[in-house]
Ligand binder design. Structure first.
Ligand code: HEM
Length: 196
């Protein structure tokens, strides 16, 4: 008797629409929290660096490096590099992606909790720079993009384009967040361990 092969579940556009919708709602909620919460350094850590800011710069550089590795790994897994992907690559991609995600939530928490979503003028009358406003908005968007990516990874009913699009969106936003924070900091002030 012929063996019955279980058929793949039907693909549904409702999955990406729901994923993007939930991601957008989460991004807005994170932004609202950043606006209403009173910033405080209580409940933060420097991980042994001189300041929370120095710690965030160093951890964010690590996140940026992992993000680039994730992009290369994804292209390799999708057969875009012209070389067959090794069998361990899928597991390595998942593990390093999870590490990047945990680090990102950790840094985002320190931004949101200690600084919030800044705009207009600060308590000391200083105007908030455009870079800072853009960084804060992108920071909220990247958290939403993480949620959308998790939906894409978990769903078996999503169309094939959803995972690469969600991953590409997350990567693009993350690069923008890292550029408007750690990369700006390093180019303006140098590596934080050098007497920051
Ligand atoms: C969750 C939303 C986020 C908000 C509202 C936010 C907000 C901020 C603010 C207000 C600053 C201070 C900027 C300044 O003093 O000029 C800052 C700094 C920083 N943020 Fe974020 N951030 C968020 C997410 C993230 C994420 C996800 C990362 C890393 C992937 C990150 C990395 C950094 C770093 C390295 C700095 C220090 C360099 C700098 O001063 O710009 N932030 N953030």
């Amino acid at each position: 008797m012929a063996e019955r092969v279980p058929s793949a579940p039907p693909r549904s556009l409702a999955v990406p629409l729901t994923g993007f919708g939930i991601g957008a709602v989460v991004a807005v909620l994170v932004g609202v929290f950043g606006k209403v919460h009173d910033p405080t350094l209580a409940g933060t850590t420097t991980l042994g660096f001189r300041t929370v800011l120095a710690m965030k710069v160093v951890v964010t550089v690590a996140i940026g490096v992992i993000a680039v590795l994730q992009l290369v790994g994804a292209l390799w897994l999708y057969g875009k590099l012209g070389v067959p992907a090794p069998s361990w690559l899928g597991t390595a991609h998942r593990v390093s992606g999870s590490v990047a995600l945990v680090l990102m939530v950790f840094v985002a928490y320190h931004c949101l909790w200690a600084l919030g979503l800044e705009s207009g003028t600060l308590a000391d009358g200083q105007p908030v720079s455009t870079r800072t406003v853009v960084h804060g908005i992108l920071g909220c968007a990247v958290i939403g993009a993480v949620v959308t990516k998790v939906v894409a990874v978990r769903s078996r009913r999503a169309p094939g384009w959803f995972l690469p699009v969600a991953g590409g969106l997350l990567f693009t936003l993350l690069v923008a967040v890292v550029t408007t924070s750690a990369v700006w900091y390093l180019s303006a002030k140098g590596w934080p361990a050098r007497g920051y």
